[in-house]
Design a protein around this ligand. Sequence first.
Ligand SMILES: O=C1C[C@@](O)(C(=O)O)C[C@@H](O)[C@@H]1O
Length: 251
Amino acid sequence: MKVVSIRDIHIGMGIPKVIVPLIGRTIEELLLEIKSLQTNFEIIEWRADFLEGIEDITKVKKTLSTLREVLYPTPLLFTFRTHREGGSKIIEDSYYETLLVEVMKTKEVDLIDVELFSPKVTEIMQAAKGTDVFIIMSNHDFEKTPAKEEIIWRLKRMQELDAHISKIAVMPNNPTDVLTLLDATYTMYSLYADRPIITMAMASTGVISRLAGEVFGSAATFGSGVASSAPGQIPAVDLKYILGLIHTKQE
Ligand SMILES: O=C1C[C@@](O)(C(=O)O)C[C@@H](O)[C@@H]1O
């Protein structure tokens, strides 16, 4: 397993890491969100698709710089979630590429989310070579849970495309879908993955999948700070406590 290490955080080793999304629309809102986090979490995700003025790359870089300064040394993940995968804004594919490539070049992020099904995935991965940003490649299905084989295929494809971490979020329509996601996770983890994977079933039916990563092989999990960025996220403080309980029980 190629563990992804950022300063003293090791993704793919030990208890799953808690990632807290920031969803503020302005720098003021983002700073308030950070202030109200009750403890230090392992990784912070900036969901830049919520930013007002995302079309202005200078504004994005300035906001990023401030966040970096305030949050350092906590690892920072930059995510622009596209509208077709559940994000809050529609942008051109060409701007998605520009945004990610420009952000990588700033050296002010540790991790960046790249969507597997972006028409620009090859260009973005090419640009990522030669930077030291870790790529979390992702896919989201807000409608349904694909078949086990399909989930595994997508995670493997991310590995083939040189992502450092592969991630998938699916929508369960019943408890069996959650079992499908967990089964795919454990199969991928135990048979095919040579690097960390992150998986989750969303909404309340899927909450269990956000807690049980250490058992099934998911290396990180998203928990809400001030507000959640996807259905089924529980508060990060509770998440951290439960992950600790599950870890203790395994010993
Ligand atoms: O990809 C993910 C996972 C997520 O959708 C979730 O279900 O927790 C939350 C998003 O903020 C993040 O980018």
